[in-house]
Design a protein around this ligand. Structure first.
Ligand code: GRF
Length: 224
């Protein structure tokens, strides 16, 4: 039997995306082994979620140390689990070369989820409600979320899967965030399932999914 694909999940906050992954593993719709959850802050509610599922939950504080020292410590911790992939789920630190160099020898993908349809509304400073405020201000009619690969350029790695939601004229950043987040919870398990099933092919700037997802990877959501 093939070894289950394993993942280390990096978090900083509430961990609702982590919860969606834990739920999908538990209900059998996502066949991966979440080997550990690592947070850069002890306050992350995500750590409690991991513990409740018996998943090793580590805090490696980023505060009070140099960026280099922190990133070295983080990569050492990740590599001890020998994961097949690294999953960023609401991890709020921007990582530098030390992190990527520290992962030398690790050949698996690094996944992130971002609450907009990249390449729009991404990059430094585009996190949390900043994203949704900018989307509303732009007048865009459609927003969504993107699972993409993490590279040294913030939010600019190859796109794996996207889901779209409407932007309503009555939206506030909070209502739009909630609509997008609900789709994140569907999309992330779905993207990782495609990886676990060996259906992702990584090209230089693109990720090809075969067999393709229904609607070619787009989960379309419309109001009743
Ligand atoms: C999500 O909106 C995700 O797209 C972004 O950070 C948020 C994390 O939420 N990267 P949670 O911690 O998973 O609830």
């Amino acid at each position: 039997m093939n070894k289950r694909v394993s993942a280390v999940v990096l978090v900083s906050g509430g961990g609702t995306n982590l919860q969606a992954l834990l739920d999908a593993v538990e209900d059998g719709s996502l066949d991966i082994d979440i080997a550990a959850v690592i947070s850069n802050t002890a306050q992350a509610q995500a750590l409690d979620r991991a513990q409740r599922y018996g998943v090793p939950a580590l805090c490696i504080p980023s505060a009070g140390k140099t960026r280099d020292a922190y990133e070295k410590e983080l990569t050492d911790a990740i590599l001890q689990y020998e994961p097949d992939c690294i999953v960023f789920a609401g991890y709020l630190r921007v990582l530098t070369d030390t992190f990527f160099t520290g992962l030398r020898g690790f050949t698996g993908p690094l996944f992130n989820i971002h609450p907009s349809l990249l390449p729009a509304f991404g990059g430094e400073g585009m996190y949390g409600s900043n994203v949704h405020t900018a989307v509303i201000k732009s007048g865009a009619k459609i927003s969504g979320c993107t699972v993409h690969l993490v590279t040294g350029d913030v939010d600019a790695g190859p796109i794996v899967m996207q889901a779209a939601v409407p932007v309503l004229s009555t939206d506030t950043p909070e209502t739009l965030a909630a609509r997008v987040l609900a789709q994140e919870h569907v999309l992330y398990p779905r993207a990782l399932r495609a990886f676990a099933e060996g259906r992702l092919r990584f090209e230089k700037t693109r990720v090809i999914i075969t067999p393709k997802e229904p609607l070619d990877g787009a989960v379309l959501y419309s109001e009743e």
